[in-house]
Design a protein around this ligand. Structure first.
Ligand code: SF4
Length: 90
């Protein structure tokens, strides 16, 4: 209950600052843009590579079936982890 109250207070403060022009709403960046901003992040690099590989479709990354790709188990947006014993038997 206390945590939710603090979250709600923080949200209200954020919205108040946005409305007052004290802060700007952050732009939504693609994984590729994020990787360019943080070039030493391996996670950002993997996310960007998979995003690029699947023609900028997060759904395609999630549904990727290239189990032989070195990034397969590291790719983002996988959702529920797959059972390693079922790979290749589907
Ligand atoms: S894991 Fe899939 S989406 Fe990611 S780079 Fe490999 S083939 Fe492309």
């Amino acid at each position: 209950m206390t945590v939710n109250l603090k979250l709600e207070q923080g949200r209200e403060e954020y919205l108040r600052k946005l409305k007052a022009g004290e802060i700007e709403k952050p732009e939504n960046m693609t994984p590729i843009e994020k990787a360019k901003q943080n070039p030493r992040s391996l996670r950002a690099a993997v996310n960007a590579k998979c995003f690029d590989c699947c023609c900028y479709s997060r759904t395609e990354v999630r549904d990727c079936t290239a189990v032989n790709c070195p990034l397969y188990f590291l790719r983002p947006w996988q959702g529920k982890a797959r059972d390693l014993n079922t790979i290749g038997k589907e």
